[in-house]
Structures are given as structure tokens and as C-alpha cells.
Design a protein around this ligand. Structure first.
Ligand SMILES: C[S@@+](CC[C@H](N)C(=O)[O-])C[C@H]1O[C@@H](n2cnc3c(N)ncnc32)[C@H](O)[C@@H]1O
Length: 204
């Protein structure tokens, strides 16, 4: 059976936005927006993943799993995807809504401790929807460094933001805007970051 057939739908999904809004009332800065990402945006974000069927991937700030479901629909294998979420209510929801995907409750600043040892250094792509622009710069930096510490060399760190400018501007990464969705409320942008190559290695 195709993995997307396992995804529970209507009644559960109907309560997703209500739960998200309740959690936003408790913690607006951490959630960043009062609703999960739109379905169209989730599909656009998932379409940015190259070779989805063969990669090992980690999603951070997975919330109730809307992007997670789009990633699986796009071909990412549930067993090759870990979803990390700080809020325990949203994490519990994600576990039920996307069976087969390992939802891990925890802070992405400590990603290395949250993932199984055999994943460290072997992750192809990390996708973040954590609201960086609401977080202090040191937390933003900790999360990014944690992400690069588990990515394989040359791996991609993708980030979805509602800010036109890159939230990691000025940090030592190669940065590229991969996609924009202006007809979203609010408009959204997807960035890709890569570790800058050592200039000595580049020249060799
Ligand atoms: C804008 S929501 C994204 C929701 C989700 N990806 C979706 O598909 O709708 C941001 C999520 O990041 C989570 N978050 C914020 N800080 C975090 C952290 N340090 N570690 C893990 N998750 C975090 C929030 O709890 C929230 O669920």
C-alpha cells in the first residue's frame, strides 16, 4: 500500500487548525503563526526536495504534521523521515496524524541528542519551519549549527519563512531562495542553505 494511504484524514485533520490555534494562544512566539501552513504551501515546500524516495530527512518544527504529510505524498519514505516538534500536544497530534513517521518531542537546538546515533552525519536534508524571525539570534544560531552537525557533508538545510529576507543573512552559509508563494496568507519563501566550502578545498 502507498505510504500516503496510511495517513488518517478528515476528522483528525479537521481538528488540526483548532489545536494549532489553541497552542498559539499559549505560545505565540514559538508557533509564529496562528494556523498550520496552507496545503498549497506544504505541497510547494515538498516539491523542493530532490530525490525524495531515496533520502534520509529530518523535519524540525513539524507541528501537527501538515508538511510531514506533504513530504510523504511527494515520495519521502515514512521510515526515512524524523519529525521533531517542541510542543508536546502538537507532537502527539502529529504521531496520530502521520503513523509510520517517528515524531520526536524536543528542542531542535539539541537535535544531535534527539536523533538516533546512526543518523548523525548521514542526513541528506533538514527542513525547518521554525519561526526564526520570532527567536533570539543565539537560538536561531544554535538550531542552525545543530542542523549542520547532523547533516552529511554537502547536505541541504531548507527553511520556510514568511519574511522576504533570509533569516540567516550574514551567517556563513551559501544561501539561495528556492521558491516563493506570493499568493499565500502571508506570502512565504523557501530558502536553501549549504555549508560554505573551505576555499583551500575548493581550489584543490
Ligand atoms: C509555523 S509552525 C510550523 C508548523 C508545521 N510545520 C506545519 O506543517 O504546519 C512552527 C513550529 O515550530 C515549533 N518550534 C518552535 N521552536 C522549536 C524548537 N526550538 N524546536 C522544535 N520545534 C520548535 C513550534 O512549536 C511550531 O509547531
Amino acid at each position: 500500500m502507498h505510504p500516503s494511504k496510511h495517513i488518517k484524514s478528515e476528522p483528525l485533520i479537521g481538528s488540526e487548525s483548532a489545536l494549532f490555534f489553541k497552542r498559539w494562544l499559549k505560545n505565540p512566539g514559538r508557533l509564529g503563526t496562528l494556523a498550520p501552513i496552507s496545503y498549497r504551501l506544504a505541497d510547494l515546500a515538498a516539491s523542493c526536495i530532490q530525490h525524495p524516495k531515496t533520502i534520509k530527512m529530518v523535519e524540525i518544527g513539524a507541528g501537527p504534521g501538515r508538511l510531514t504529510r506533504a513530504l510523504i505524498k511527494a515520495g519521502v519514505k515514512p521510515e526515512s523521515l524524523k519529525a521533531v516538534e517542541l510542543d508536546s500536544d502538537l507532537c502527539d497530534f502529529g504521531k496520530k496524524a502521520v503513523p509510520g513517521v517517528d515524531f520526536i518531542q524536543g528542542d531542535a537546538q539539541y537535535l544531535k541528542e534527539l536523533l538516533p546515533q546512526e543518523w548523525i552525519g548521514h542526513v541528506d536534508v533538514i527542513f525547518s519551519t521554525i519561526p526564526f524571525m520570532c527567536l533570539p539570534e543565539d537560538v536561531r544560531r544554535n538550531i542552525t549549527e545543530a542542523a549542520f552537525s547532523v547533516l552529511k557533508p554537502g547536505g541541504d538545510f531548507l527553511h520556510l519563512t514568511y519574511n522576504y529576507w533570509s533569516p540567516l543573512d550574514g551567517m556563513p552559509y551559501d544561501q539561495r531562495k528556492l521558491a516563493s508563494l506570493w499568493l499565500n496568507m502571508p506570502p512565504a519563501f523557501i530558502w536553501r542553505y549549504k555549508k560554505q566550502q573551505d576555499p583551500l578545498l575548493k581550489a584543490a
